[in-house]
Every structure is written in structure tokens, then in C-alpha cells.
Design a protein around this ligand. Sequence first.
Ligand code: IMP
Length: 222
Amino acid sequence: MSTVIWFLTGNKGKLAEAADHLSPLGFEVRQLNLPDGTIVEPQHDSLEDVAIAKLEQAKQYLPEGETHVMVEDAGLFVAPLDGFPGIYSSYAFKTIGYQGILRLLDHLQSEDPVQAASLRSASFQAVAALWDGENIILGTGSCPGAISTVPSGEEGFGFDPVFIPLDLDDLGQPLPPGTYGVTSTHGATFGTVSMEIKQKFSHRRRALDRLVAELSGDNQEL
Ligand code: IMP
């Protein structure tokens, strides 16, 4: 009989992605969908601490006899803003939106795209955290890139229309700004690419990959 992992999320897309990663390892992923406000969004300095605090709360809502629960948290960290909005990304998106981030970076411009990418450097980061009944297992993932000067595209969600990922080499590792890689959006934002292409860069996918590696005892660099 497979072990059930209860995934605390209201998002069916995230649920499907987690099931895709964890079912080959013999886990069945089910949605733990709690009413809004049940889990208090904790104020901590890192995504890891936020995820762990949410896990601690989520444990009490596990169905009778169940042991495994998982949460996942992500955010946009903008280097010239010292990492803002980071763990406050949902709130920043709801309040100032991506237009607000563009305004905050308005003074950082360059005609040279490589220099612009360095001046406006940013990354999406994600943490997947699992309680297995005894221990907390963490997987982290990052997607480095830069904030564009203008928004483009209507694909994706959140800050996608202003985020340009760094190209990736044939092992899926990010390359320095200005270096062309086999996986590339050709300087375009996530807002302009399909879900399938975004997945190749995804911080969320990398966090789940690392969690899976930890679970299967294979924690080499991914
Ligand atoms: P969550 O923890 O995955 O809900 O992410 C928190 C916030 O970070 C979201 O509301 C978005 O504003 C932002 N964010 C996280 N991941 C992404 C992404 O892949 N694209 C765009 N925005 C993202």
C-alpha cells in the first residue's frame, strides 16, 4: 500500500506537479485544502522558516491515522532591493504588483542588455517541506534571472511578465548573463513562454526534485 502525502495547497496545478514527482517513488499525493485563514501566514525571515511554521500548523489538520504532510512556498527575490519582496511576494503582488517592482527599479537602466541583467538581477526561489511523521525534509530550488524594463506576455501568473530567466546549459545549470544556452527564452520574460518551457527553469520543480532526492536517499547536486 502506498504512503499518502497530504499537500497543503489550494492550487490544483501545484497538486498535479507534486503528484507527478512523488508517485514514481510510491507516494500518493492528496490535497489538504483548508478554508482561507485556517493557516496563519507566519512572519519569518526565510522561506524555509515560513514553510516549517506552516507545516507545524498543518500537522493538526491531517486526517485520522495519517502521518505525511507537505507545504510549498515561493517568492521573488530582487537583488538591488536587498531581496524584497521575498517572503512577502504574495502581499507585494496584491498591493504594488509587478508595476511597483518596475517603478522601484526605474533608476537601474542600461542600453547594454548584459549590464541591465546584472543591475536588475533577481531570482525566484521555492521551498518544499515534508513532515514524514518523525522528521522535516526540505527541498529548495532557485531560478536566477533579471527584472525586465517593461512587462510582456500574458502567460503564467504573478511576476512572470517582468521576469527574464538566465539561459541554462545542457545540464540545466544557469549560465552568466549574456551567455546563450541550450535552454533559453531568448531574452523574453516568463510571461511570453508556454508552461512547458517555464517548467524547464522552474524553482518549484527544482525544489520538488531536491525533496525527492532527499526522500530517496540520493542527495547529490541536481
Ligand atoms: P507561492 O508561495 O507559490 O504562492 O508564491 C508566492 C508569490 O510569489 C506568488 O503570489 C507570486 O506573486 C510570486 N511567485 C512565486 N512563484 C512565481 C512564479 O513562478 N511566477 C511568478 N510569480 C511567482
